[in-house]
Ligand binder design. Structure first.
Ligand SMILES: [Fe+2]
Length: 386
């Protein structure tokens, strides 16, 4: 098998890396970036500090901070106007997954126009698009290193997966300092998202030796450092480890794929506005229990990497321990069931057939070791409600 691999051309990873952002952009011959971020990072002063550093590096940035969590097609319009008004030659995605995904969508629409639904999966978008520079402020989405963006269609509430090299940042600047102020809930949700990326990349039917190594490394790191980062946000060592693992997991799944957890998670986010990592977490143990029989060796490797099983455990034992470990992790990170999260049971039941249909349509379940039917997906949704 020939693996098709793509990574950001330039990466700066480590404490203080954000100070190099201006030089990275100038070094690419770019000078008029649109700095795409959110209201929180404006309020905290982080966006202003970054903009000032860009000015100091001789660049002419313009700030656009009206991104929304789980970006919608409607939310892109003012960003596109800002992009054109500024005559931007590049787009900086500064924030968690949502600002970075917004930046990627703007970079494509700014050149090609049209509507985001024209670009959704299974279409592979080669470009052209403006260059994107990604600066994550959470340790989770991995979007800084992936060729994916997820945009919700405002007309249908569908969370559309859009993919292709056009969405791969040309540069990623990964600085742990930017994650130090994350509240514990965000730390947990984004951390579980990163773990899901790593496990799904490893068990995916699109896995390859390149993605495997990064996925297993990330699983081990997250197994050791997610709980400490959650319980003590000032633990720099844990934060730093999580930041690196999230980027490694991003590279892994961008060069493999995600699978059934993500396929089922997007419709929950779209219909019930549950944070992405949290809806992954609600699904992760049950979907893993459903899937392990189809690839026991691969899931056993994940269990051992996570520290949940030993080298001498038989695969069938190790896979059981993996499911137990994921349940334990969700418990320790205070992950609620959909019921406990306040989702109405009648709405959950009514929307289940549509969610199953949308999960399958995204293509992600087809990469799962056990490819589910629509009925099996509906059963999984029913089983996790709580
Ligand atoms: Fe994710």
């Amino acid at each position: 098998m020939v693996a098709s691999l793509s990574l950001p051309r330039i990466m700066r990873v480590g404490r203080g890396a954000a100070e190099e952002l201006g030089n990275v952009i100038a070094g690419l011959g770019l000078s008029r970036p649109l700095l795409v971020t959110d209201a929180y990072l404006v309020g905290s002063g982080a966006a202003e500090r970054l903009a000032a550093a860009l000015l100091k590096a001789g660049l002419s940035p313009r700030l656009f901070s009206d991104t929304v969590p789980d970006p919608t097609t409607d939310s892109l319009a003012p960003g596109l106007k800002a992009l054109h008004d500024h005559e931007a030659d590049s787009v900086i995605g500064f924030g968690g997954g949502s600002p970075m995904d917004t930046a990627k969508a703007l970079a494509l629409l700014g050149v090609q126009g049209g509507h985001m639904r024209d670009y959704k999966a299974p279409r592979v978008n080669l470009g052209p698009a403006l260059p994107v520079i990604a600066v994550p402020t959470t340790a989770g989405s991995g979007s800084e290193a992936t060729q994916f963006t997820v945009i919700t269609d405002s007309g249908t509430d569908e969370k559309m997966l859009c993919l292709g090299p056009a969405f791969l940042p040309i540069a990623a600047v990964v600085d742990v300092e930017l994650t130090m102020s994350m509240p514990s809930r965000l730390t947990a949700d984004t951390g579980i998202d990163a773990l899901t990326h790593a496990v799904e990349a490893y068990v995916s039917r699109k896995a390859n030796p390149f993605s495997d190594g990064l996925a297993l490394t990330a699983i081990g790191t997250i197994g050791r450092h997610l709980r400490p980062a959650y319980t003590d946000g000032s633990d720099v060592r844990a934060r730093e480890a999580m930041m690196l693992a999230a980027t490694q997991a991003g590279i892994a799944f961008s060069n493999s794929s995600v699978a059934l957890v993500h396929g089922m998670s997007r419709p929950i986010g779209a219909h019930f506005h549950v944070a992405h990592g949290l809806s992954n977490a609600m699904l992760f143990p049950a979907v893993t229990a459903f899937s392990v029989h189809a690839a026991p060796g691969r899931y056993a490797d994940c269990a051992r990497a996570l520290g949940a099983a030993t080298a001498t455990d038989a695969d069938e034992v190790a896979t059981g321990k993996l499911v137990d470990a994921l349940r334990g992790l969700c418990h320790d990170l205070d992950v609620p069931t959909p019921r406990a999260h306040g989702i109405d049971q009648e709405a959950w039941t009514r929307l289940t057939p549509l969610m199953a249909e949308q999960a399958l349509a995204s293509g992600s379940p087809a990469n799962n070791p056990a490819v589910p039917t629509a009925d099996q997906i509906q059963d999984l949704y029913a089983g996790i409600y709580g």
